[in-house]
Write a protein that binds this ligand. Structure first.
Ligand code: GLU
Length: 277
């Protein structure tokens, strides 16, 4: 009798242990619906309106797109683990397998396509300049000899060097929030990156009325969802999810919710697979 009780108890413990192993595994490779595992997704943590970490959770257009895509892959919001992927870390994070996919204002470029694959595009933005309200900078050529901030590993910094402001004094920081703080303090004269990002910062309460966007449209930035190179199955599923998001109204809702407060006039929904050069 006593022995039987012990055996029953051990069986119960064993069952619990097995159940815990089944649920607790961090196998984010399964994309089937109803998965009980977690999925790691790379986003930005410091970009208001796109990817922002706040005390009560994460918000932004990239967060909403990623959440929608994850759901189509079989993951509920509480199964998502958000991982910060700064501009310079994105290719490495995918190559190492730190995250399953990245939705982090991540422009599709040929250089990056040599290392990772992209689903999308799901948004078309344009590189622009953010300056102080009373600044005399109104176009890229006004940047010569001026201190210009951008972020390491971004297309924005690369375009400055290759292209439109070779005589600017480029300061490369790790994230855009640092550039914006520099603009406020006067450490830099302008910040350059996508208009979508700059509009989000300019509308924040703490900066309201202090900055202006120049409206320069210096480039086309086609935002893609980055995946590990060669993971065609995942890529196709994400493209299907993005098409669904655009056709069922969720894309438009996410745009209004996240860009509306900043007054950002976004381009219409891109056609999936169609990159605007
Ligand atoms: N979209 C540009 C890029 O992918 C600039 C924004 C960013 O650094 O995330 O580099």
């Amino acid at each position: 009798m006593k022995l039987r009780k012990v055996t029953a108890a051990s069986a119960a413990v064993l069952t619990l242990a097995l159940a815990a192993t089944a649920c607790g595994g961090d196998d984010s490779s399964s994309g089937s619906s109803g998965s009980s595992s977690k999925i790691k997704i790379g986003i930005k943590f410091d970009q208001p309106g796109l990817g922002l970490k706040q005390p009560d959770g994460f918000s932004g257009f990239d967060v909403d797109v990623a959440t929608y895509v994850a759901k189509q892959l079989g993951y509920q919001p509480d199964q998502i683990e958000w991982v910060e992927t700064k501009s310079a870390d994105r290719e490495n994070a995918l190559q190492r397998g730190d995250v399953k996919f990245i939705a982090a204002t991540y422009s599709i470029t040929d250089k990056r396509k040599a290392k990772v694959d992209f689903a999308g595009p799901y948004l078309l933005a344009h590189q622009d300049l953010l300056v102080k309200k009373d600044s005399t900078i109104t176009k890229a050529t006004d940047l010569n000899k001026k201190k210009l901030c951008s972020v390491t590993g971004s297309t924005s910094a690369q375009n400055v060097k290759n292209d439109f402001a070779q005589d600017a004094q480029l300061r490369e920081y790790g994230g855009y929030s640092e550039c914006i703080a520099g603009l406020q303090s006067g450490a830099v004269d302008a910040v350059t990156t996508d208009d979508s990002i700059l509009a989000g910062f300019a509308a924040q309460d703490k900066y309201k009325g202090q900055f202006k966007l120049v409206g320069a449209k210096l480039s086309n930035e086609n935002y893609g969802i980055g995946v590990k190179k060669g993971d065609t199955e995942l890529l196709n599923k994400i493209n299907d999810a993005l098409k669904k998001m655009e056709s069922d109204g969720a894309w438009q809702q996410a745009v209004e919710k996240n860009f509306g407060p900043a007054g950002y006039q976004n381009e219409p929904a891109p056609q999936i697979g169609n990159i605007v050069k």
